[in-house]
Ligand binder design. Structure first.
Ligand SMILES: [Zn+2]
Length: 323
């Protein structure tokens, strides 16, 4: 059987057809233009699916389902996106609307949950029934698999792993609280930290790693500088690693997953980032010193850009919910 997966992002709608093993057969994408109506966006999703079906010449009878990964909170049983700050529409039924075009079961799930599902079926958590993933980008997304099932909470919005407080009374977060993990460990937080440092230390060499213009600071700037021995870069990377490890250690204490996956743009730093973070985490997690207790493995997520599509496609495998 084959599975269609749709990654509905704020910028792009990406649709992929995958086989049973999670191997991509074909994918296509188009701009989301996220201030459009819900109906227009679903029409584009359907067109991409239909183009893929036509080009691959795979019969619709061989396709089991369509899965949609979206930002925001979903009612997965009903196929409804309840709310996502990315879009102007709320409480819309993707299942019913997409089935007007294609007669297949349609599933919907939060995009961070789809990312961890992709790792579970094909990637770094393959076959591992207890896994936690954070995706470090503009914010921090989270997905938790417990006993081989996505942990959704009773209302579908569990595993917002970016929004627990690591600095009480700290930096204001988009969620309304102050001092959230996301406010200290996202790429946005790295950029803020780097810019603040440059503003208060105008002679720093860090500027040479962003073409002399503070507006070019990215989540990579401090890593690029540190790797070339820049002392300010090294110092900021150390501060960042400490915040990241602080949050990860708490999450490991709570969930004790077999693997803890780090994905998103910042995870591209790979072992350069993870080696020191592992060391700090091992000093802060409960029972980490005991030889008798198996320890969580902290690893980089493997699925990259296709994770959203693939995880969405695999929703047809994961769930036996009625469509
Ligand atoms: Zn928050």
């Amino acid at each position: 059987m084959y599975y269609l997966g749709i990654d509905l992002g704020g910028s792009n709608i990406a649709v992929g057809l995958f086989d049973d093993a999670g191997k991509k057969v074909l994918s296509k994408s188009t701009k989301t233009l996220h201030d459009r109506t819900f109906e227009e966006i679903v029409s584009d999703m359907a067109q991409l699916c239909q183009k893929i079906i036509v080009e691959t010449k795979i019969s619709i009878d061989e396709i089991k389902s369509i899965g949609i990964g979206t930002p925001g909170a979903c009612d997965c049983e009903k196929g409804i996106l309840l709310y996502a700050c990315t879009f102007s529409f709320t409480n819309v039924n993707f299942r019913e609307e997409l089935q007007k075009y294609i007669d297949l079961p349609v599933y919907i799930e939060n995009d961070a949950n789809c990312a961890v599902l992709a790792e579970y079926f094909v990637g770094a958590a393959k076959g591992i029934s207890d896994a936690v993933m954070i995706t470090i980008g503009t914010g921090i997304g989270g997905g938790v698999i417990v006993d081989g099932k996505i942990m959704t909470g009773f209302n579908g919005i569990a595993a917002e792993l970016g929004h627990f407080v690591i600095v009480k009374g700290g930096i204001k977060c988009g969620c309304g609280r102050a001092g959230c993990f996301e406010s200290y460990a996202s790429a946005t937080a790295i950029i803020r930290m780097t810019k603040e440092f440059i503003e208060s230390n105008p002679a720093t060499g860090l500027l040479t790693y962003c073409d002399g213009d503070i507006n070019n600071v990215s989540g990579k700037t401090i890593f690029d500088a540190a790797k070339l021995g820049d002392k300010d870069g090294e110092k900021l990377v150390e501060i960042y690693e400490d915040y990241l490890a602080e949050g990860i250690a708490s999450l490991i204490n709570i969930f004790q997953p077999e693997v803890f996956l780090v994905g998103g743009g910042v995870s591209k730093e790979g072992e350069y980032l993870l080696v020191p973070v592992r060391k700090i985490v091992s000093e802060r997690t409960y029972m980490a010193k005991s030889d008798l207790i198996a320890q969580t493995r902290l690893v980089k997520a493997e699925m990259g850009n296709d994770a959203g599509m693939l995880g969405a496609a695999m929703l047809g495998k994961e769930f036996s919910r009625d469509a």
